[in-house]
Design a binder for this molecule. Structure first.
Ligand SMILES: CC(C)(COP(=O)(O)OP(=O)(O)OC[C@H]1O[C@@H](n2cnc3c(N)ncnc32)[C@H](O)[C@@H]1OP(=O)(O)O)[C@@H](O)C(=O)NCCC(=O)NCCS
Length: 173
């Protein structure tokens, strides 16, 4: 998948992305709501080599890699999960929403997906705001479903069906 938006290019990772990916995935604040610990250099190399479902988000203007979107099979061939991680320097500028919206459009219109889901912790306001801005519905709140160190995380679960995607698109003209 390669998608272009007004400000961004969303494309597969390549080897030369390692430094940029490390610059934010090694940051404890950025990785706070992810089940993984901050990445080491070795984990970054492994991620680029093996995580084919992750797509780099690059600024058109400067070619800077500012984050990534994970878009992967969830159930069968037509149900996918979407997720996002961005460099802290670029938060709050609408980049994650812009990238995720373009990936969702690609998923429904080019891949013919039936359903896309996303999850996050209820404390992660920015993440579930993206889901809501994409037109996803909150389908549930799972209490203490993820073991994390010596505690349990709750989780919101959101989804959008292809039909809902097209209804929203029609509403917005
Ligand atoms: C979640 C994340 C990807 C959002 O990226 P972003 O580019 O800042 O998102 P956007 O600018 O598109 O903003 C999306 C919404 O979140 C809100 N938002 C952004 N940063 C916020 C913050 N720190 N606190 C509260 N809301 C915030 C925005 O205001 C916007 O909502 P609005 O339109 O109602 O104002 C980014 O914060 C991040 O990478 N976090 C760390 C990784 C992570 O937690 N990933 C998700 C795991 S489930």
């Amino acid at each position: 998948m390669q998608v272009t938006t007004k400000r961004l290019v969303i494309r597969p990772f390549k080897e030369g992305d390692a430094d940029a990916l490390y610059s934010y995935t090694s940051n404890a604040k950025t990785m706070h709501y992810l089940p993984e610990e901050p990445f080491t250099r070795q984990e970054v190399a492994c991620f680029i080599a093996t995580k084919n479902e992750a797509y780099a988000v690059v600024l058109q203007k400067s070619d800077a890699l500012i984050g990534h979107i994970v878009f992967e099979r969830y159930f069968g061939d037509h149900s996918y999960e979407i997720g996002w991680v961005f460099h802290q320097d670029y938060w709050g500028k609408g980049y994650a929403t812009e990238a995720a919206a373009a990936v969702l459009t690609y998923g429904f219109e080019e891949m013919g997906l039936h359903r896309v889901v996303a999850t996050c912790q209820p404390e992660n306001h920015a993440s579930y705001r993206i889901m809501e801005k994409l037109g996803m519905r909150r389908e549930g709140l799972f209490l203490q479903c993820i073991p994390y160190r010596d505690t349990w995380w709750d989780e919101y679960s959101y989804a959008i069906l292809q039909q809902e995607y097209y209804e929203k698109k029609q509403r917005l003209g």
